[in-house]
Design a protein around this ligand. Structure first.
Ligand SMILES: Nc1ncnc2c1ncn2[C@@H]1O[C@H](COP(=O)(O)OP(=O)(O)OP(=O)(O)O)[C@@H](O)[C@H]1O
Ligand SMILES: [Mg+2]
Length: 410
């Protein structure tokens, strides 16, 4: 019997590392292993202690491996952090044969050309995703292969990362025994697991509110248009609870998960929550209203900053499918309603789509990125990944322009 193909996603989050192993079963995906462990050595999406990060990865991956009975040696991994930047670039080439048919090679060339941006030495391109093609001034073409035309243009969404941050992820995973097949921007990965194709067509904003960061990705007319990482997440809320009710972070985290809500009914306001005494001190009690008065302004702040970013992106008016919120903080009761009030858009909570296998475990917004990485890997495995560029590309850019000019006229 031929060996079944397996795809592995490793989501290196600020608060947890999740490893998902899926088996490709006649083109369907079946989740066969899930491992999740508290992550150490990461802050706001960026590795700050390599050794601890390696240990966390090993723990999550070993758990998933044991569950599935398979050894894991390669994965798709997520990347996030405020070092991430994105731009939409435009490129133009003369097609290979005048008046001829546009080939796959032409597509590769125009996307390579779009990547020929002046990139600082310390940055690299992690994604170059075509938004649309323009053939002889005809806009809005999704797949021009086979069409006739002499001039091919492309709008390409380019995501760049700090080389050092990306390299640390490669190193951590390699030391944990995993080859990295591709580094994927976390909200892009999450979009594969929580968004429907019609939402991507209509216009939608995906928000992954995790522990350390809120990752934003805007999709419209079938393509990604804007990405941004906001360095605030659930840890920000927990920190304030810890300060507000004077309790250690760990206990504040437990209280947040167990009792916090953004839709507090009037009759619940005076309900009491026990705050266990530390170091021999007596137990204390706080009211639900007290907790609400700490949590709610922090969440509002995160949503307001996000809303500003959406408005600034220029896509706020085309989001007919509204906002989809995922990530662990999406579990916060009443979040969708509050987000609707702030953004004035319909909001829903994004749960990873149902796959075969261990479905019950992964139907949780904390697994949006991990499951998305597997789905991304499944979709990309048959496509040639477009060559990515590292910094210092100005010379390459000029060289490419010259080559293009040369192939057009000679
Ligand atoms: N029931 C809950 N109510 C409120 N917050 C919750 C709940 N469950 C989890 N969280 C919060 O979700 C956050 C973790 O989410 P997630 O696992 O998506 O983050 P991460 O991927 O580790 O971090 P990041 O993506 O920011 O790097 C934590 O801050 C946690 O407190
Ligand atoms: Mg995350």
């Amino acid at each position: 019997m031929p060996k079944k193909e397996r795809i592995v996603g490793v989501d290196l989050g600020t608060t947890k590392v999740a490893a998902i192993i899926a088996e490709v079963d006649s083109d369907d995906l079946k989740v066969v292993g899930v491992g999740s462990t508290a992550s150490h050595g990461l802050k706001r999406g960026v590795i700050n202690n390599l050794e601890k990060a390696v240990e966390s990865i090993q723990k999550a991956v070993n758990e998933a491996s044991r569950m599935s009975g398979f050894k894991v040696d390669a994965c798709y991994a997520g990347i996030s952090g405020s070092h991430i930047e994105s731009i939409n670039a435009h490129a133009m080439i003369a097609t290979s044969r005048a008046g001829g048919v546009i080939t796959k090679r032409d597509i590769e060339r125009v996307i390579e050309q779009a990547q020929a941006i002046a990139l600082p030495l310390d940055r690299e391109i992690i994604h170059a995703i075509p938004i649309e093609y323009i053939v002889d001034n005809e806009r809005g073409i999704k797949d021009p292969v086979g069409m006739s035309g002499v001039k091919l243009e492309a709008e390409v969404h380019i995501v760049t990362a700090a080389i050092a941050s990306a390299q640390n992820i490669y190193t951590a995973l390699e030391r944990a025994g995993l080859k990295v097949k591709d580094l994927v921007l976390q909200p892009l990965a999450s979009s594969y697991s929580v968004l429907q194709p019609d939402e991507i067509d209509l216009g939608v904003c995906l928000l992954d509110i995790g522990g350390g960061t809120t990752d934003l990705a805007i999709f419209y007319d079938g393509a990604i248009r804007h990405t941004e990482v906001i360095p605030l997440g659930g840890e920000y809320i927990t920190n304030d609870i810890a300060i507000g009710i004077r309790t250690p972070y760990k206990q504040a985290e437990t209280i947040k998960k167990k009792y916090s809500t953004l839709s507090l009914a009037p009759e619940e306001k005076k309900d009491e929550i026990k705050v266990a005494g530390i170091g021999g001190r007596e137990d204390r009690f706080i009211s639900k209203e007290n907790l609400y008065s700490i949590v709610s302004p922090r969440v509002e702040e995160i949503l307001m900053i996000t809303n500003k970013a959406v408005k600034k992106s220029g896509f706020a008016d085309v989001l007919a499918a509204g906002v989809v919120i995922t990530g662990g903080t999406a579990r916060l009761q009443g979040l969708a309603k509050l987000a609707e009030e702030i953004t004035n858009l319909p909001v829903k909570i994004g749960i990873p789509k149902r796959l075969g296998g261990l479905t019950d475990i992964i139907l949780d917004p904390i697994y949006a990125t991990g499951v998305g990485l597997v789905l991304y890997g499944h979709e990309k495995k048959n496509q040639t990944l477009i060559k990515k560029t590292k910094g210092g590309g100005v010379f390459d850019a000029l060289k490419k322009r010259f080559e293009d000019w040369f192939s057009k006229y000679f």
